[in-house]
Design a protein around this ligand. Structure first.
Ligand code: NAI
Length: 245
């Protein structure tokens, strides 16, 4: 129970990686606010946590909407009275080759993956500066280094790295850490949508010979959110079975 007594918000926690992270944080003793745009999925994740003996609350919130984000923090503080961990996991992809990408595809991905992380991180920073403690963990991606068909996604995830490093420098004196995790290729609803041929190509690029599981990423998050990681900030940590070196 490495997170006993801590309060966490996980965005995009209704399914996939976010759900895996929420379940793991709760298993380690954190009270978890499961936030997502998909209400039914958020409620189902909360039910699973509660059935396993953990504490959780579902809050429907769109990270790309500032008033939703403000309400998410208000409901969290009203329920649990403090905030120790924020995991900015919500993300989308709208892939297309650069010469075919629409402005709408560009704007949608930047709004959720980058502006959403800005809204969430800014609100967390205000609370955590006052408390003089807290961990912010942003989910970037191996794609931040550039990936064919993902100009919008790669730009958003590279933006998350810059935002994370800046936040880490600004918040360090206040005892607040901010780190980014770059998952490689993880088995979730997002990746299950790719054609079998693409799946095989992706897995062939992973030295460990398999796609990652949400728990593989969640284990790193538990560490970064724990007191053991109090001197680690501004880092970009790959969790990819050797895919990104
Ligand atoms: P997913 O599509 O399975 O789950 C994403 C969740 O975010 C969904 O529950 C969705 O409803 C929620 N969401 C979407 N837009 C939202 C919004 N505006 N506000 C709040 N919630 C919203 O995706 P997956 O694979 O679990 O990805 C999670 C994160 O990990 C994303 O940021 C993704 O970019 C990142 N990632 C995933 C990798 C993978 O291989 N699956 C690899 C690298 C990064």
């Amino acid at each position: 129970m490495r997170l006993e007594g801590k309060v966490a918000i996980v965005t995009g926690a209704g399914r996939g990686l976010g759900k895996g992270i929420a379940l793991k944080l709760a298993k380690e003793g954190a009270k978890v606010v499961v936030s997502d745009v998909m209400e039914e999925n958020a409620r189902e994740a909360v039910k699973e946590i509660q059935e396993a003996g953990g504490q959780a609350l579902a809050v429907v919130s769109n990270v790309a909407d500032l008033s939703d984000v403000n309400r998410l923090y208000e409901e969290t503080l009203a329920a649990y009275h403090k905030l120790d961990i924020v995991v900015n996991n919500a993300g989308i992809n709208r892939d297309a080759m650069l010469h075919k990408m629409t402005v709408e595809q560009w704007d949608q991905v930047i709004a959720v993956n980058l502006t959403g992380v800005f809204y969430m991180t800014q609100a967390a920073a205000k609370i955590m500066r006052e408390q003089e403690s807290g961990s912010i963990i942003n989910i970037s991606s191996a794609s931040w280094l550039g990936n064919i068909g993902q100009a919008n996604y790669a730009a958003s995830k590279a933006g998350v790295v810059g935002l994370t490093k800046t936040a880490s420098r600004e918040l360090a004196k206040k005892g607040v850490t901010c780190n980014a995790i770059c998952p490689g290729f993880i088995e979730t609803d997002m990746t299950r949508g790719v054609p079998e041929k693409v799946w095989d190509i992706m897995v062939s690029k992973i030295p460990m010979g398999r796609a990652g599981k949400p728990e593989d990423v969640a284990n790193m998050i538990v560490f970064l959110a724990s007191d053991e990681a109090r001197y680690i900030t501004g880092e970009v940590i790959n969790v990819g079975g050797g895919m990104i070196l």
